[in-house]
Ligand binder design. Structure first.
Ligand code: HEM
Length: 414
C-alpha cells in the first residue's frame, strides 16, 4: 500500500494535508504513540497525543493551555504567514473553546443551562420535522445521483443550530449561506471580511431581537444566564453563538456522513440494525469511535516542561489530540474485534471523540440526538440507498483537523 504518511527524521510523523489515506495515517500515528512528534503543513512541528491514557492526562492537565501567548513558534515568528491551520486556533479567550482556567470555568458555568439536556431535548420533535422536510425535498431527485453531504448532512445540523438559536426556519437558508461563504477556502480576503461583518451584524440583530422578544431558545438562555451578579457580556454571548457553529456544525455533518458510509460499507453490520439486534444509538457511538469527526484537535501549549508518555513536552511547545489514532488504541478497545473494524457488537472501551476534561463537548447530547433521529428516518425513507461511486473513490476534504468527505454521492432509489 502506498502511504502518504511517513516517519521523518527522529521519529517525527509527517501528516498529509491532502489526507490521501486516513486509515494508514491513524495506524502510523498509533504505532508511534503514546505521544509523538508530528510535522504539519508549512513545516510546523508539534506533539500529538495518540492514545487514551495520554489524551486523558493531557486534556486534564492545567499546565497545557489554549492561550497562543504560550506558543513559542508563533511568538518567535516561526509560523508561516497565512498558515492555513491558524484559522482553527481561537485567537482570544472570548469563547469556551479558547479560554483557560478560571475564565473557562466561568464561561462553562454560565452556559451550562443553555447546553443542558433539558434545553436540547425540547428540539427533538423539531429535528424530526426538519429531517422529514429535507427528505421530502429530495424525493423528486431520488432516482438520480446526488451529494448526500451537501443536500442533507450539511443542511440538517445548520437548521438545528438555527432552531437552537431561536431563529425562524425561513432564515435557516440565510444562516447556511453565510457560513458556506465564511468557511469557503476560495473566498477572497475582501469577501471574507465582508462576510465576517455580515455575521457580526447578524448576531447583534439576533441579540437585540431576543432582548426585545425572549424565547425558549439558547440565545435567550445565554442572555439570561447569570449567577451571583455575574453574567455573560454581549460579546461573550456572540462568542458562544459563534463557537456553536465552529465546534458543532461540521462535526455533526461528518458524523452523519461517516455513519451512512460505514453502514453501506459493512452490510453484515447494517443487517444487525435492520433486524433490531442493535440500536441506532450504537450506530452513532461506533461511528464516533471508528471514524471520529475530528481527526486532530489543535492545540494546547505547555506553560512548563511536562513529562508524559516517556517524552518531555517543553515549555512553549504545542500539542494536538489525535482522535483518529486514539480510536485505534488496543489498550482501550482491545484486539478482537480489531479497532480498525466497524463492529456494532464491540463491548470493550469507550471513545473520547467528544473530548475529555474541562473542555469536553457540551453539544454531545444534541449531536447524538441528531444522529439517532436523522439516520433511521433517512434509511426508512430510502431503504435501498446506495453509494453512487465505489467507496474507495470517496475523497477526504484536505484537512489535518476535520475528518470530512468532500462529497457523499448516493442514489436514494436505485
Ligand atoms: C459529532 C459531533 C461533535 C463532535 C465530535 C464534537 C467534538 C468536540 C470536541 C472534541 C470538543 C473538545 C475540544 C477541545 O478539547 O478543545 C468539543 C468542544 C465543543 N463543542 Fe463539540 N462536538 C460535536 C458537536 C457539537 C455540537 C452539536 C455543539 C453545539 C450545539 C458543540 C459545541 C461545542 C462547544 C461549544 C465546545 C467548546 C467547549 C469548551 O471548550 O469548553 N459540539 N466538541
Amino acid at each position: 500500500m502506498s502511504c502518504p504518511v511517513q516517519h521523518g527524521s527522529g521519529g517525527t510523523v509527517t501528516l498529509d494535508p491532502y489526507v490521501k489515506d486516513l486509515r494508514a495515517e491513524r495506524e502510523i500515528l498509533y504505532a508511534a504513540g503514546p505521544i509523538t512528534r508530528v510535522e504539519l503543513p508549512g513545516g510546523v512541528t508539534a506533539w500529538a497525543a495518540t492514545r487514551h491514557e495520554v489524551a486523558r492526562a493531557t486534556l486534564t492537565d492545567p499546565r497545557l493551555v489554549k492561550d497562543v501567548a504560550y506558543w513559542d513558534d508563533l511568538q518567535q515568528g516561526r509560523i508561516p504567514e497565512a498558515w492555513p491551520l491558524m484559522s482553527t486556533i481561537p485567537p482570544a479567550p472570548t469563547n469556551l473553546l479558547g479560554a483557560d482556567g478560571a475564565e473557562h470555568k466561568r464561561l462553562r458555568l454560565l452556559t451550562a443551562k443553555a447546553f443542558s439536556a433539558r434545553t436540547v431535548e425540547r428540539l427533538r420533535p423539531r429535528i424530526h420535522e426538519l429531517t422529514n422536510d429535507l427528505l421530502d425535498a429530495l424525493e423528486p431527485r431520488a432516482h438520480e445521483p446526488l451529494d448526500l453531504k451537501g443536500e442533507f448532512a450539511f443542511k440538517l445540523p445548520m437548521s438545528v443550530i438555527g432552531e437552537l438559536y431561536g431563529v425562524d426556519s425561513a432564515e435557516h437558508g440565510h444562516l447556511r449561506d453565510m457560513y458556506v461563504k465564511f468557511f469557503s477556502s476560495v473566498t477572497s480576503p475582501e469577501e471574507f471580511m465582508e462576510t465576517y461583518a455580515t455575521m457580526e451584524r447578524y448576531y447583534e440583530d439576533l441579540i437585540a431581537e431576543k432582548l426585545a422578544n425572549p424565547g425558549d431558545d439558547l440565545t435567550t438562555e445565554l442572555l439570561n444566564a447569570g449567577e451571583n451578579g455575574d453574567a455573560l457580556t454581549h460579546l461573550e454571548v456572540r462568542g458562544t453563538l459563534q463557537v456553536v457553529v465552529a465546534a458543532g456544525h461540521e462535526t455533526t455533518v461528518n458524523l452523519l456522513c461517516n455513519a451512512v458510509r460505514a453502514l453501506l460499507a459493512h452490510p453484515e453490520q447494517f443487517d444487525l440494525v435492520k433486524q433490531g439486534k442493535v440500536g441506532w444509538d450504537t450506530v452513532v457511538e461506533e461511528t464516533l469511535r471508528f471514524d471520529p469527526p475530528t481527526s486532530n484537535m489543535v492545540f494546547r501549549f505547555a506553560t512548563e516542561d511536562i513529562e508524559i508518555g516517556g517524552e518531555t513536552i517543553r515549555k512553549g511547545e504545542a500539542l494536538m489530540t489525535s482522535y483518529g489514532a486514539i480510536s485505534r488504541d488496543r489498550d482501550e478497545h482491545g484486539e478482537d474485534p480489531h479497532p480498525d473494524t466497524f463492529d456494532l457488537t464491540r463491548q470493550k472501551g469507550r471513545h473520547i471523540s467528544f473530548g475529555y476534561g474541562p473542555h469536553v463537548c457540551p453539544g454531545s447530547h444534541l449531536a447524538r440526538i441528531e444522529g439517532q433521529i436523522a439516520l433511521p428516518l433517512l434509511f426508512e425513507r430510502f431503504p435501498d440507498l446506495k453509494l453512487a461511486v465505489p467507496d474507495g473513490e470517496l475523497e477526504n476534504h484536505p484537512s489535518i483537523v476535520v475528518n470530512s468527505l468532500k462529497e457523499l454521492p448516493v442514489l436514494l432509489r436505485p
